[in-house]
Write a protein that binds this ligand. Structure first.
Ligand SMILES: N[C@@H](CCC(=O)N[C@@H](CS)C(=O)NCC(=O)O)C(=O)O
Length: 228
């Protein structure tokens, strides 16, 4: 039995971009799983793997923390329908993962942080203020977000250019079929979709068409999630 410990906000919204990578990876492999919602301050639920963050996966008796480690674990423990079919596929996925972690998500955070804060469970809001306030240098997340959006939406679209170039040539980042590079980028878009009504992409952007395909995958797994 596989259990995913997943970040939960008000109304049980599930926005974590890293948890979405894991959900897409599990669906890719045709594995079934159950989910345990975890609030920002419910660290006790994930203490069994000494983690402060989700996703955490419990696969039988094995606990794994960190979305990338989980992906590696899944291919080892369940070799059918591999996430990484070759060393090159693994390397490309690692690159895409790093691109999303260090470029895409940091471009997204300032333009959605106010909307995110509004949806954090009330009990978790002081923790969020303290932790994210330190990072941003303010706890007025609404004002920070408004200012960031003046240039931030255009900047966000700009950082997607490497993905856009690929998606002009093929339906998925991984080629004719989706794989981990797609799941990494789609995780970032799921994060935004679930916490904010902000329109991120032009309708005629190839990234927009790709995002629609990602929402449809695996019986609409992503589309079914409660959006903002
Ligand atoms: N490198 C980790 C990052 C995980 C992460 O930062 N998760 C966030 C949710 S999106 C979290 O659990 N944050 C808890 C906190 O901020 O206290 C991974 O890939 O799993």
């Amino acid at each position: 039995m596989i259990t995913l410990y997943d970040l939960s906000l008000q109304n049980d919204r599930r926005p974590s971009p890293f948890c979405w990578r894991t959900k897409f990876a599990l669906a890719h492999k045709g594995l079934k799983w159950t989910e345990v919602p975890v609030g920002f301050t419910e660290k006790d639920k994930i203490a069994f793997v000494a983690s402060n963050t989700v996703p955490v996966l419990k696969d039988g008796e094995t606990g794994v923390k960190d979305s990338w480690a989980i992906a590696i674990h899944l291919d080892k423990a369940h070799p059918d329908k591999p996430l990484f079919k070759s060393e090159m596929a693994l390397s490309y996925a690692r690159f895409a993962n790093g691109f999303v972690d260090t470029v895409v998500q940091p471009a997204l955070f300032p333009i959605v942080v106010g909307d995110l804060y509004e949806r954090v469970r009330l009990a978790d809001q002081p923790y969020f203020q303290e932790s994210r306030g330190k990072r941003l240098g303010t706890t007025d997340f609404a004002a920070f977000q408004a200012k960031a959006r003046e240039k931030g939406v255009a900047a966000f679209r700009g950082v997607l250019e490497p993905a856009r170039r690929v998606l002009k040539e093929q339906p998925f980042l991984a080629g004719t079929h989706p794989a981990y590079p797609d799941y990494a980028l789609a995780g970032a878009f799921m994060w935004a979709r679930i916490i904010s009504p902000l329109v991120l992409l032009d309708g005629d952007d190839v990234v927009h068409a790709w995002r629609e395909r990602m929402l449809d995958l695996y019986d609409g797994l992503a589309r079914k999630a409660l959006a903002a």
